[in-house]
Write a protein that binds this ligand. Sequence first.
Ligand code: AMP
Ligand code: MG
Length: 348
Amino acid sequence: MNTKVYIVDARHPNTDLLVSAAHIIQEGGLVAFPTETVYGLGADGTDSEAVAKIFMAKGRPSDNPLILHIADTAMVKTLAKEVPANARILMGRFWPGPLTLVLKRTQAVPDVVTGGLDTVAIRLPDSEVARELIRLAGVPVAGPSANTSGRPSPTTAQAVLADLEGKIEGIIDAGPCGIGVESTVVDCTTPVPTLLRPGGITMEMLLEVLGEVEYQPIKGEDTKAPRAPGMKYKHYAPLAPMVLYEGDSAQVAKAIADASKIALESKRVGAIVSNETAALLEKGVQVADYGSRYRPEEVAAGLYEALRYFDSEPVDVIYAEGIDEFGLGLAVMNRLRKAAGYRIVKVE
Ligand code: AMP
Ligand code: MG
């Protein structure tokens, strides 16, 4: 299959091109599209056969449900059986934006979207291109991240094509995504809303409007029936094994500098680190720099490109630097721990 590339401006997308892309979705095909978080892989969320193609193209396990993307809040009505007060507050405050709400679903939602769950995940994206595409398609658009399952999510059209070229009908290229990590997923069916996946809307922002939020970070290889089924799978992994260093930042920087120096004697060594730490490393270490460790937004925006950097610069081992878990740092650390397969060194 020849994957068509539609290049559009992120703020003022060419309507004719979006109409062509929307047609593909209406006809049951797959189109990758930009959002403010990462690139999504879109299909008609009301068409079981079209949604099944998403799982095929990504190699995604069928029990990992998809998020339905909508163009306006009115679309919630057909998909969700009820909208509790907490969900209404979150929609009012954070939609459009990087927040996904899990609600009780209606029969209009195909089983293949929810992996058979009685709930559905819904998001109204802030991206102009994404919203216009959905509006033109006229249906909720199922849209997981547009990567091969297990790989880092794509924040550029080039990263999407590296994984999915020839497997999907089209892609809309509007340049790099702004936020760089996926949406925050909040389950609103529990008495106290539960954070299922940290993301673009921070824990601090949620607490400010809700007062109370439950969150149990998944530890290690804990696979017992996770509430967000996708969270149990290997995810975000670069091609080489990665070790994550966490703790006091000066000590982490020193530990990575020492470990990478020793490893260089016998291996090709990569480092995914802040620019502060990059300055301390031996010349032979190949560095993917994710920005300043003191600016979590910058780290989030550069994270997945850093994880993909060593696809084209092969190394035998990667040392990665953790950051503090405030703001987007919580989402960044969630992704880095998974990418490392929970190979973590704690430094005091
Ligand atoms: P992705 O499609 O890669 O952005 O991942 C979507 C995330 O939302 C995964 O972690 C899913 O498990 C989660 N998710 C989707 N639908 C539901 C649902 N009905 N209940 C709980 N989690 C969900
Ligand atoms: Mg994903």
